[in-house]
Design a binder for this molecule. Structure first.
Ligand code: SAM
Ligand code: SF4
Length: 340
């Protein structure tokens, strides 16, 4: 049996009991979205967070600043759809003015990115991941329940033109919907110089309809891509805490990533922590608990008191997400309200 360190000797910083230290903060800036991806949200949407419960920009920046003070070096803005937060450019500028300045990235569905890519770059955004599961317009509409493929394509072009590079594309494959066309998405990305990463579908949909047997595994994706290209795995050392296993495509230099979050979890190397739009810290995507920072902050907590709450949450991080184990319970909070 593994012996755990004594909690009374908890080290400073965002450490947990298994020796991991959080460096990568994911901030969900809104739970709202303009798409309805079937693996994420029901067609009718979700009851959105009331405005009063959402952190203001000032509150968000104060908390992000504390995370940075405690060792976070990369901040990723996500949601919901982060571009739906009206002040998103100002928020990026605020993060860019923190010292030390963290790297700033964003995960977006790309709708509306065309309009704002230059502004985001000028405000300090370093990189962007755009989610795109198919390049077929009908399949896109079926999958996201919105006819917006052209907007996403325009957003991707604008991101590349603005220098938000390398532009990465995230794709989820769903059985019977887009799994037969994963190679077409890769071909499309290779042609345009976008770096594609496939992510296994996880049990984080609001509808709780995920079944492991329906999930397209990383192995299946690799097998499908290997019918068209030779994939050479990059050495594991180049992976670090990054979850994607990367492959050179036909000898490179272009690569494709495959993230086996479910079938081969990367929890042992996880360096992530999360802040939700309503001010909860979460130590894991799959956590069933979270720590409220908004209440104490609005009640006048000091920076040190807030840091103590953040550290306490991270210290409780479990060894792994436990999907597939008998006691696994899908979190109540859906992906769109946690921040993927
Ligand atoms: N709306 C933005 C977007 O779609 O990029 C940001 C939020 S979204 C929740 C972040 C990422 O999570 C997207 O790449 C999306 O494809 C992915 N995602 C959502 N639900 C998922 C699920 N059940 N399993 C795996 N990935 C999921
Ligand atoms: Fe919206 Fe992103 Fe969820 Fe799709 S995956 S519904 S774009 S939050």
């Amino acid at each position: 049996m593994t012996r755990l360190p004594d909690p009374s000797v908890r080290p400073a910083g965002l450490a947990d009991q298994f020796g991991r230290v959080a460096r990568d903060l994911r901030v969900s800036v809104t739970d709202r979205c303009n798409l309805r991806c079937t693996y994420c949200m029901p067609a009718e949407g979700l009851p959105w967070m009331p405005k009063a419960e959402m952190l203001t920009d000032e509150e968000m920046l104060r908390l992000i600043g504390l995370f940075v003070r405690d060792g976070v070096t990369q901040v990723r803005l996500t949601g919901g759809e982060p571009l739906l937060r009206r002040s998103i450019v100002e928020l990026v500028a605020g993060i860019a003015s923190l010292a030390p300045r963290p790297k700033i990235a964003m995960t977006t569905n790309g709708v509306g990115l065309e309009r704002v890519a230059v502004g985001l770059k000028e405000a300090g955004l370093d990189r962007v991941n755009v989610s795109l599961d198919t390049i077929d317009s009908d399949t896109f509409t079926q999958l996201t329940r919105r006819d917006r493929l052209a907007d996403v394509e325009a957003g991707l072009r604008a991101a590349a033109d603005a220098g938000l590079t390398p532009v990465k594309v995230n794709a989820v494959a769903m059985r019977g919907i887009n799994d037969e066309s994963v190679a077409d998405v890769l071909a499309w990305c290779l042609e345009r110089g976008y770096e594609l990463r496939f992510i296994e579908q996880m049990p984080l949909d609001a509808q709780h309809a995920w079944h492991r047997s329906d999930m397209i595994t990383a192995d299946e994706i690799r097998e499908r891509l290997s019918r068209r290209w030779e994939l050479t795995p990059l050495p594991a050392a180049e992976r670090g805490s990054a979850p994607a296993e990367r492959f050179l495509v036909d000898g490179g230099p272009q690569t494709v990533g495959i993230i086996a979050s479910v079938s081969s979890p990367f929890c042992a190397a996880c360096d992530r922590t999360r802040l939700t739009a309503d001010g909860q810290v979460r130590n894991c995507l799959f956590s069933n608990t979270e720590t409220d920072l908004r209440g104490p902050m609005r009640a006048g907590a000091t920076d040190d008191e807030l840091l103590d709450l953040m550290r306490g949450e991270m210290w409780r991080k479990r060894r792994g997400h436990g999907i597939g184990e008998p006691d696994f319970v899908q979190p109540d909070r859906p992906m769109s309200a946690i921040g993927g």
